[in-house]
Design a protein around this ligand. Structure first.
Ligand SMILES: [Fe+2]
Length: 166
């Protein structure tokens, strides 16, 4: 479960009120930690997967890694754009990620696909709540960013799940 870490706020000419910015920075901090976590979950799967469909899933996990790295960057840069201080280290991610630790001993492609889909689904559910929170707070740009991340995660779920759904 994520801990709340108070974030240093910088002075900014960004027009959103300080209250809203503060709450959006806290929200984005949790999603930044989760993004950093998941981006190395995809690499863990990329490096260790084995099976008859090796090359396809090895490459799929790397594509997913690249997408999640984009999420890390866009989330961190929205957070700093509204005056926050990004907590982007692996240590901060490990403290604040919403995800359960990815097992280090998984090998079979189906096991990686199912486990990584679980992480994506868990994060996607949290993103949905975040979208509501940003909407209620009155920050449509953060809402829009989280919506794009959620859409990407759901596509990732579809790409992975299609291997074991039928
Ligand atoms: Fe690689």
């Amino acid at each position: 479960m994520a801990k709340t870490t108070k974030t240093k706020m910088h002075k900014t000419m960004n027009p959103i009120s300080e209250n809203i910015r503060g709450s959006m920075v806290e929200l984005l901090q949790t999603h930044l930690a989760t993004a950093v976590d998941i981006t190395y979950q995809t690499k863990q799967a990329h490096w260790n997967v084995k099976g008859m469909n090796f090359i396809a899933v090895h490459e799929l996990f790397d594509d997913l890694h690249e997408e999640t790295e984009e999420y890390v960057d866009t989330i961190a840069e929205r957070l700093t754009a509204i005056g926050g201080q990004a907590h982007g280290t692996v240590q901060a991610a490990s403290e604040n990620s919403l995800l359960d630790p990815y097992p280090l001993d998984l090998v079979k492609s189906e096991d990686h696909l199912k486990r990584l889909t679980e992480s994506y689904a868990k994060w996607s559910a949290a993103i949905e709540k975040g979208i509501e929170e940003a909407s209620e707070a009155g920050d449509p740009l953060t809402e829009d960013l989280l919506t794009a991340v959620g859409r990407g995660l759901d596509k990732g779920i579809y790409f992975m799940e299609s291997h074991f759904q039928a």
